[in-house]
Write a new protein. Sequence first.
Length: 558
Amino acid sequence: MKKYTVVFFYLMISIISFLFSIQKAHSQSNLTGTWEGNFMNDFQTVIDFRSNDQNKFEGRIQMFAGHNIVQDDPLGDIKLANSKLTFTIPAKETLFVGSLNDLGTELSGNFVFPDGSKHAISLKRKLTETKTAQEFRTLKEKKFDVQDLQTDLLFLYTSLKENHPQLYTFSSKDSLDLLVDKIRSELNEPLNLEEFFLETSKLTNAVYCSHTGVKLPPSYQNLVNDFGNFFPLKLFFSSGRAFYISGMLEENHSLLPGEEIMSINDNSVVEIIEQSFYFIPSEGCNTTTKYNELNRRFNRLFYLLDDAEEFIVKFKKNNSFKSITVSSKKWSDINLADSNLDTNEQVDFNYIDKRNTGVLKISSFAIPDMDHYFYQLDSIFSDLKTKNTQNLIIDLRDNAGGHPIFAAQLFSYLTDKDFIYFKRNDDVKEFEPLYGIMQPNKLNFKGNVYALVNGGCLSTTGHLISLLKYHTKTKFIGEEPGSNFICNDFSMQMSLPKTGILVNVPRTIFETSVSGFKICNPFPIDFMVNKNAMDIIQHKDPYVELVLEQIEQTGASH
């Protein structure tokens, strides 16, 4: 059988992609908005740009073939020099090079595909009417009639049945049919978009697939960001309970960090968790993904359940119960980021413990610059070898995946044996080298490897985790990862014809070339970590602390 080095795959990636952004040199206000055009005469292209909290600009590109969304990707590395504009679509390794016209109303240029080919596109700025908060409320309260709701539900279920490769793996056909019938029977009166969104989430949740889910239409979500009422406090959820961490409280409040929240506006925490879980896709029997996402995005998720102007928060203080009232905030007015986990760098490396232990954080395998990534890994593992480092911590927490080539490249540094990455999948010819024998990197690490994992480890990251478990002596620290040896992807997106709700539907199965794993069997964690609210409040990282304790106990650092 032919052998491949991972780097060889660099020339084999050929997924159709493209990218776009807009900027006008003399006015940042012209960077935001929606731009439209057609690509290759067949695909309607829509790009939305918004500014973030750091006064930098983010973009997203969507491409439609009729109702089907064939691409939905974030943009990266947006650069403007005078009227010249460049940027990338990191997930597709595509570059855009173009320019704005003098009025800032048109953008034209070329998408440069991974094979070097250039494809022209021209887009025009969409003139949109500025909406007020009252207009948003009117749109929010708009009701869709029962026939339209029934049409969209049937469209959703039919699309799942026609495309999903494992639709009945966790829920039988009979049980899904019964669920759809139940939802249909409850659609007996008009609903607004958010109410119907909850109903569609119940169906996609029952598929138990992390790549199957629904989203609000981007244009509507943008309005929610601008005018929606958001719960302003950061909470931590675990085992059916919630604890206050931080947030915007009025003066003279009595709620302290670490105290347990019992209800919000008379909705118990148990009920809030149960309903929020519908919005969070996860693999099979896994629940760590749902809690992980709830802790990272609770305020956005809770908006879908309650967007009141005020929230009555009932909490437990000592042996009694107390209540406070907090006012809602607009999304731009609150900052709930977890600084311990959020990073703009896909790869970060440092030494601790007097250079005897290295920590390699990989936050994503959606790498925008393949050459730079390969260079980074080579430099890191060369230095580990030069310094004869004995211990390496691979931090994979909250890495939601990306392209498998980047995970395969990393794995080649962590094994000393030939390996096969994927079991053959004839639906995806582009991954041919990943179906054959691949070789370890000459700089492969010989010491002790510890992998930090949690429910945010999804898709490609789960595949890597299964290979580490099968081929190496890596010790796993944390909680059950969100994915491991098998998941669905090669997804398509479509919009429901009446409401415009977006649906992500995978079309094939990717399974790593390992044995001994079974669907829904818990992934074996060597050292469990139960992170709690006080860890966050005190800015502690119990994962790393536990690893260092193990290194010290085993004498590996001596």
